[in-house]
Design a binder for this molecule. Structure first.
Ligand SMILES: Cc1cc2nc3c(=O)[nH]c(=O)nc-3n(C[C@H](O)[C@H](O)[C@H](O)COP(=O)(O)OP(=O)(O)OC[C@H]3O[C@@H](n4cnc5c(N)ncnc54)[C@H](O)[C@@H]3O)c2cc1C
Length: 506
């Protein structure tokens, strides 16, 4: 390796000892910056260098942790057994965009937003817009089976994959094609660095959309909103985005107008949480009424009470649940689909709120990414649990997770990433501990209660954030005997067990 592309300095080892797993942020706010540090960080520039690093590590049984941009929220990049962190960000070329094939070949380390800009410049889009697009990489998306905000139309990242190149735990390079039988690309996509390092991939790209149409709708209840989304999808309409906010989420932000002015200085956990929560919603407004702020303060101290009251009262006391529906693509098709959706949504009991809420959501859809840390600095914590299931089990899943988490944390949800066969639920929860140890204990209890409810409901524990460390204990519950197949694959591709050890329940 060239000088300057390998480091064993303390600042670098501390910087690479964390990702955005909220449990790590609790520990960090308590003053412990890096419980698990790597021994070294390397920045390869070529596949050959990646192979050399892995071969050297395999000879000495040194753990390797692939690193994209560290935006993962499950502890996937934490070097819990030390070793070498391999940061891919210097491998960031858009190698080829083939307009006829409708495909782009791209190196793993490119930041998502840079990739999208480069494709836009050539008249294409990947159609993959995670909220973290500015701070996550193409390789990280593939490794964690990421979903963009428009996955309903364009699919999740795994649906776009045509070819994947990766270096396994012996240093061997493989290029596997999605058109083959079986489709081996899908063994690697979602393996979170436990089977190898993804160096590049070829993915489907589409022409940039000619037209975008976004609107807000109101539905009397979560159940009627979900039913409307199911009908849209099963009628084969393909919105880019559908997001249904539950009663509590809709309530917290009802009646607010779009605001772009700065946020007044305030630093308590309630104020920070309020600002964070407000960014989750289409209004993006940073200042809410004093009495709502008090409700948030109460929710942090007495979550069970607030959740119970909200569950009992809100369905009757307010004007319904907000649904954002957006279409995009070819002008004619987009307008025709939007017209058909209007008929279907009205038939399902929806009230048209016009373009306003849809356009506000579009404008503020990335704003939340940079707010989370302040909630932790202020002494509270917040996290999200993104689970998914088929349409027949969706509402049972929603109720089961709410019931399990309600005694422990303030919880609300929205339904997004809808497909023909089912939908994801994105729970946001928040709580406060008396001190760091108490917050860590509460945090662990919330996840245990929530994911136990998820597996009991027969749903998946991860729609798009991956598994990493946080959900690893629930892998055997979800996959049962199939974990043996995963282990066997690991033994072949990574016989020394050096690839991201301790993750994914292996
Ligand atoms: C504010 C915020 C919003 C988010 N919104 C979304 C969202 O809308 N949709 C979504 O899907 N996710 C979202 N995430 C989660 C996160 O951005 C994704 O999990 C993303 O895919 C991680 O990309 P990364 O490059 O940062 O990967 P990292 O965090 O660096 O790594 C994630 C995992 O992948 C492995 N890995 C990374 N690169 C490679 C590689 N080249 N080869 C093999 N393994 C590799 C790592 O070892 C680790 O296990 C969000 C996160 C935050 C903080």
């Amino acid at each position: 390796m060239m000088p300057g592309r390998v480091s064993t300095t303390v600042p670098d080892r501390i910087a690479y000892a964390r990702d955005l797993w909220p449990r790590g942020l609790i520990t960090l706010s308590g003053g412990n910056p890096a419980p698990h540090q790597p021994d070294a960080v390397v920045w390869p520039v070529s596949t050959e260098e990646v192979q050399d690093i892995v071969r050297a590590a395999a000879r000495t049984a040194t753990p390797i942790v692939p690193f994209g941009a560290g935006s993962g929220v499950c502890g996937g990049t934490l070097p819990i057994k030390g070793g070498i962190v391999v940061d891919l960000k210097r491998m960031r070329a858009v190698v080829e965009v083939d307009a006829v094939a409708g495909a782009a070949t791209v190196e793993a380390g490119i930041i998502g937003e840079h990739l999208e800009h480069e494709l836009n410049r050539r008249g294409f889009t990947l159609g993959h817009f995670p909220s973290s697009i500015m701070c996550s990489t193409f390789g990280g998306w593939l490794a964690a089976r990421s979903a963009g905000q428009f996955s309903t139309r364009y699919g999740k990242i795994e649906d776009m994959v045509r070819r994947v190149s990766f270096v396994d735990g012996r240093g061997e390079l493989h290029s596997v094609d999605a058109s083959g039988t079986p489709d081996i690309t899908q063994w690697i996509v979602g393996s979170e660095g436990t089977l190898g390092i993804i160096t590049r991939a070829t993915v489907t790209v589409r022409p940039s959309p000619e037209r975008q149409l976004y609107r807000g709708w109101s539905f009397p209840r979560v159940a009627s909103g979900c039913e409307a989304i199911r009908r849209l999808l099963q009628r084969n309409l393909r919105p880019a985005c559908v997001r249904l906010y539950d009663e509590l989420d809709s309530f917290l932000h009802r009646g607010e107008k779009d605001h772009d002015e700065g946020v007044p200085e305030s630093s308590g956990p309630e104020a920070m949480l309020e600002q964070y929560l407000s960014m989750l919603t289409p209004t993006g407004k940073s200042v809410i009424g004093e009495w709502k702020r008090r409700a948030i303060a109460l929710a942090l101290n007495r979550p069970e009470l607030v959740n119970r009251v909200a569950g009992a009262v809100l369905p009757y006391a307010q004007k319904g649940c907000l649904l954002i529906v957006g279409f995009e693509g070819d002008k004619g098709l987009c307008e025709a689909e939007a017209r058909a959706a209007t008929v279907e949504l009205e038939r399902a009991g929806g009230r048209d709120l016009g373009e306003g809420p849809g356009l506000r959501w579009l404008k503020h859809r990335y704003a939340v990414s940079f707010r989370m840390q302040k909630v932790f600095d202020a002494g509270a914590f917040v996290d999200t649990m993104e689970v998914a299931t088929s349409w027949d089990k969706l509402l049972d899943l929603y109720r089961a997770v709410r019931e399990a988490v309600s005694p422990l944390a303030f919880i609300m949800a929205h339904f997004s990433h809808a497909y023909v066969d089912g939908c994801s639920i994105y729970f946001t929860f928040a709580a406060r501990g008396a001190n760091t140890a108490d917050a860590e204990r509460k945090y662990d209890a919330i996840w245990k209660a929530g994911l136990t409810a998820v597996t009991k409901a027969g749903a998946t524990i991860s729609h798009h954030h991956g598994v990493g460390l946080s959900k690893a204990p629930f892998m055997p519950e979800e996959h049962g005997a199939a974990m043996e197949i995963y282990r066997a694959l690991k033994n072949v591709l990574d016989p020394s067990g050096i690839m991201n050890p301790g993750k994914m329940g292996l």
